[in-house]
Design a protein around this ligand. Structure first.
Ligand SMILES: Cc1cc2nc3c(=O)[nH]c(=O)nc-3n(C[C@H](O)[C@H](O)[C@H](O)COP(=O)(O)OP(=O)(O)OC[C@H]3O[C@@H](n4cnc5c(N)ncnc54)[C@H](O)[C@@H]3O)c2cc1C
Length: 394
């Protein structure tokens, strides 16, 4: 992955400006997430923000006259922090490749990549999904129940997908995505499939949620959805480099982005609190005693280090776990402290702050809870101590 050459602060300034309209529709989307697709079309610069590769982006993101691909994790963390500073729910609800694009980058052959990006590069916004988590087994791939089996009625060796996925971002509005299923028992039996949502047997229903409501978390119900061998990702790769391998690399690269999202929400709440506490010196002093300004700077440095580590080696996850753990905690603590400092009616009188308190809690679960991150950090430390030089191989 090429190291980005655009300075962070220049990229940050451009995206901050571009992201302003996200804040304007923040509370509208929070009230009614189903309105987001129309608002995206009407009010947002979605083409620049959709994260499409430069080759299929009609209006690329430009900084100081240069086109920014936004493909490196280092660039993505700056971009997503600024989008979340405007509004994390709307940012996560934008059309584009997001997580499924990472799996396509890792596993798709040329024809599958063209099929995916030809759809995304069209004139209309296209949403995608990443389907891993299940109702009874969460995001633990070892317990996955969704199956990809041979269809006995298919004359040409077709397959069928059966199962349920839950907490899938943008599920109800997606046109295409990547879905993980079990094709056979064992760690190598996990398979990723490129899937259009228009297929028979595919249904998506929105879930009622409290935080980042713009993402419209959904349940996907798969009742014998027909799948061809051409839809199965990674067939040209060795068995060890398919489903699980790609999932781990995608998580490792997306975790610094989740940390950046949490950081963006914390930054937004901090700026808001600083502004609204100016008139009340006592409350302001109490809030300032937390030293949130310094904590934000410290966590930003951690996120940057994690992003650089992921760009260097997408198999590495320890720095990303540490950054996500710390950023999530800061977002939770800061948003609550800001609401408290604004008095007993703080959340009622400041709807944006109330929203940020709710939004901050989503990051605890996205990409694994804090306990699971702690386990990852401990595992990385133990492997390093064992002296194998591959602290992040797991
Ligand atoms: C906003 C949002 C967006 C999401 N988007 C998607 C998406 O697009 N696609 C998708 O597939 N999923 C998505 N998810 C689901 C998300 O990835 C999972 O909910 C998350 O990874 C947590 O996994 P889990 O539900 O299996 O919980 P678990 O990991 O089972 O955790 C449940 C509880 O048990 C604790 N726990 C678990 N293991 C241990 C352990 N070994 N030791 C101690 N404690 C433990 C945890 O800390 C937690 O308190 C999303 C979730 C959210 C909130």
């Amino acid at each position: 992955m090429p190291i980005p050459t655009i300075p962070d602060d220049r990229l940050r300034a451009v995206v901050r400006e571009l992201a302003r309209p996200l804040r304007e529709i923040s509370l509208t989307v929070d009230r009614d997430p189903a309105r987001l697709p129309r608002l995206v079309r009407e009010t947002l610069p979605w083409r620049q923000l959709a994260g499409l590769p430069a080759a299929c982006r009609p209006a690329p993101l430009r900084v100081d006259g240069r086109s920014v691909t936004g493909e490196s994790c280092s660039e993505q963390t700056v971009i997503w922090e600024e989008l979340a500073r405007a509004d994390a729910g709307v940012a996560l609800g934008l059309p584009g490749p997001v997580m499924s694009g990472r799996v396509v980058a890792e596993l798709a052959d040329t024809a599958q990549r063209e099929r995916y990006y030809d759809l995304l590069a069209g004139p209309e916004p296209v949403w995608t999904f990443f389907g891993m988590t299940e109702p009874a087994h969460g995001s633990d791939p070892a317990s996955m129940r969704t199956t990809l089996t041979e269809d006995p009625d298919s004359p040409d060796g077709g397959l069928r997908l059966t199962g349920t996925k839950r907490f899938i971002g943008n599920g109800v509005r997606a046109a295409i995505g990547v879905l993980f299923a079990r094709r056979r028992a064992g760690p190598l039996g996990l398979t990723a499939v490129l899937l259009e949502t228009s297929r028979p047997g595919f249904a998506a229903v929105p879930l009622d949620t409290l935080g980042v409501r713009g993402l419209e978390l959904s349940e996907l119900r798969l009742s014998g959805v027909p799948v061809a061998e051409d839809d199965v990702l990674g067939q040209h790769l060795s068995a060890t480099r398919r489903g699980m391998w790609a999932a781990v690399r995608t998580f490792n690269r997306f975790r610094p982005v989740v940390a950046a999202l949490a950081l963006g929400v914390a930054q937004a709440a901090h700026e808001y609190a600083e502004e609204h506490l100016r008139a009340t010196p006592d409350a302001s002093r109490g809030y300032r005693a937390h030293g949130f300004g310094d904590q934000l700077a410290g966590v930003r440095a951690m996120v940057r280090a994690a992003a650089l580590a992921a760009d260097h080696d997408p198999g590495a996850g320890t720095a990303a776990s540490a950054a996500k753990l710390r950023a999530t905690r800061l977002a939770e603590e800061l948003t609550v402290a800001a609401a408290r400092a604004l008095g007993p009616g703080g959340r009622w009188e400041h709807p944006l702050l109330d929203k940020w308190v709710r939004d901050a809690r989503a990051f605890e679960f996205m990409e694994g809870t804090s306990n699971v991150q702690r386990l990852g950090i401990a595992q990385g430390g133990l492997q390093k101590r064992a002296g194998d030089g591959h602290a992040d191989a797991a």
